[in-house]
Design a protein around this ligand. Structure first.
Ligand code: ATP
Ligand code: MG
Ligand code: MG
Ligand code: MG
Length: 474
């Protein structure tokens, strides 16, 4: 079953069970300055959970575009390291706004996995929140899961919140045993390690509280349900592969990129990581730009810029010298444009932005890498510990190197980076440039104008609102 079929099956199943099929919301949350990007399916329904808004449905189902870079849920560093984490991914979800609660959420979940997808029951494991006896009971009575396959875990794994504030609650998760060969050794087990063997596939959140800034939790007007299952992970399970990158969602772009670079997948670990990172970041980039994020030096725009530059560096690692990212991102449009029409609509604009950005960075990438490699050579020879903060800052300031690249390259040599020192210098620079702009009038306009000049974008630019938002979060 390919990923598009799984997505269809999921939405159809919940529609048959009385859920309204709602489209994905954009990657930039609307009117929510607490969040950098949409990081879960529930984000577009936040006001419904809080009882601040009513709609003509009390059950919904979606396949939501998500991005987990920056903020509470940040998976950037996991990309290429685990087989299950991406920056951009799709989250399948079903939601109840004060309608059904734990029992039906568990029933639907189990029925979908074991009857619709026909997953073997004996490879499914459940986790519940510490003292949630009710959920523990229900998994046994409603789904028939034996008690020994139900694990109790703490706040870190089984209490879900979107960010530091907002709707949250205890949760219960389904894990799929991918087999011993995927495990990390004798200590491998649910709640004991973080390897990919017991793959977390689906999270059922029992939405019960609204968390305030000081951490206090007040009960929501009506207990609700919010669930999320990663499409890429469930596709891996259904397709019988141990890594999301082996699914149809990634294989098309990975083989396209490998052809461009003249390399082969699954022959060399370092090349595989590079192919995975480029595939992951190409997807994120291809989705961010149509949602009105443009490369800039702060907020959301800087995250996009970092993704583009990081992808360029990994491209270089596999021998891609000419600009390539606009091609791989365009390939994402070919693969995903049927379901996400916005990708096709903004393809030309997206290509222009990515191409401009990567060509600009190509001018300094080589020089910066030379400087960094020389520095690393010296550090190694003198057995000194870390890349100094000043070096990392110079690479940023002169060569446009985001800190991730410095970290990635240094790590290949087994050397760390003084990030505290780097952060301090960044802070200094920010306050200097803020002071320089003092008295220049509207700060937001200044920021936007500055960014536009830097990008060389003039009359065609339509993302003013998005840019203005970005200046709130730095
Ligand atoms: P993990 O523990 O593996 O990092 P999580 O507990 O952070 O996952 P949730 O916040 O519970 O994930 O999100 C719900 C579901 O979304 C997960 O069960 C998983 O299927 C999917 N998911 C979460 N993060 C990612 C990611 N970075 N890439 C792909 N899928 C993800
Ligand atoms: Mg996580
Ligand atoms: Mg988890
Ligand atoms: Mg989880």
């Amino acid at each position: 079953m390919n990923a598009a079929e799984i997505r269809r099956k999921f939405l159809d199943y919940f529609e048959r069970n009385g859920h309204a099929v709602v489209g994905s919301s954009p990657l930039i949350p609307k009117d929510d300055p607490t969040l950098l990007f949409t990081n879960a399916g529930m984000v577009q329904f936040k006001r419904l959970f809080l009882g601040q808004e009513r709609r003509d449905y009390s059950r919904a189902t979606t396949s939501q575009k998500c991005l987990r870079v920056g903020g509470k849920h940040n998976d950037l560093e996991n990309v290429g390291r685990t087989a299950r984490h991406h920056t951009f991914f799709e989250m399948l979800g079903n939601f109840s706004f004060g309608d059904y609660f734990k029992e039906d959420a568990i029933r639907y979940c189990w029925e979908f996995l074991t009857e619709e997808l026909k997953l073997p029951k004996d490879r499914l494991y459940i986790t519940i929140y510490n003292d949630d006896d009710e959920a523990g009971e229900l998994w046994q009575t409603v789904a028939g899961v034996p008690a020994e396959r139900i694990y109790r875990l703490g706040e870190k794994d089984n209490f879900w919140s979107m960010g530091d504030t907002g709707p949250c609650g205890p949760c219960s998760e389904v894990h799929f045993d991918q087999g011993e060969h995927v495990g990390c050794g004798p200590e491998c087990g649910i709640g004991k390690c973080d390897c990919d063997r017991y793959l977390e596939i689906w999270n059922l959140v029992f939405m019960q509280y609204d968390q305030a800034e000081d951490g206090t939790r007040t009960p929501l007007p009506r207990p609700s349900i919010d669930t999320g299952m990663g499409l890429e992970r469930i596709a891996a399970v259904c397709q019988g592969v141990a890594s999301n990158y082996e699914t149809d969602l990634f294989q098309s772009i990975i083989s396209y990129t490998a052809d461009l670079a003249g390399v082969k997948y699954r022959e060399n670990e370092e090349i595989d990581t590079a192919l995975q990172v480029v595939a992951d970041h190409s997807r994120a980039i291809a989705f961010l730009i149509p949602d009105q994020v443009l490369p800039s030096n702060e907020g959301r725009g800087y995250i996009l810029r970092r993704l583009i530059r990081r992808a360029c560096r990994f491209g270089k690692l596999m021998g891609l010298t000419d600009s390539f990212l606009w091609k791989t991102a365009s390939r994402v449009v070919d693969d995903m444009g049927d379901h996400f029409a916005e990708l096709r609509e903004s393809r030309d604009f997206m290509i222009e932005v990515v191409r401009g950005e990567e060509e600009g960075f190509a001018k300094t990438l080589d020089k910066g890498l030379e400087m960094l490699e020389a520095e690393l050579g010296e550090l190694k020879a003198s057995k000194a510990g870390q890349v100094p903060g000043e070096t990392a800052f110079k690479l940023y300031d002169t060569y446009g190197f985001p800190i991730d690249i410095v970290r990635d390259v240094a790590e290949r040599h087994g050397i760390g980076v003084d990030e505290t020192g780097f952060d301090a210098l960044m802070k200094e620079q920010k306050s200097r440039s803020k002071a320089a702009w003092k008295g220049s009038g509207d700060k937001d306009v200044a920021t936007v104008f500055h960014t536009l000049l830097e990008q060389g974008v003039t009359s065609e630019f339509t993302g003013y609102e998005a840019m203005a938002d970005q200046s709130e979060i730095t």
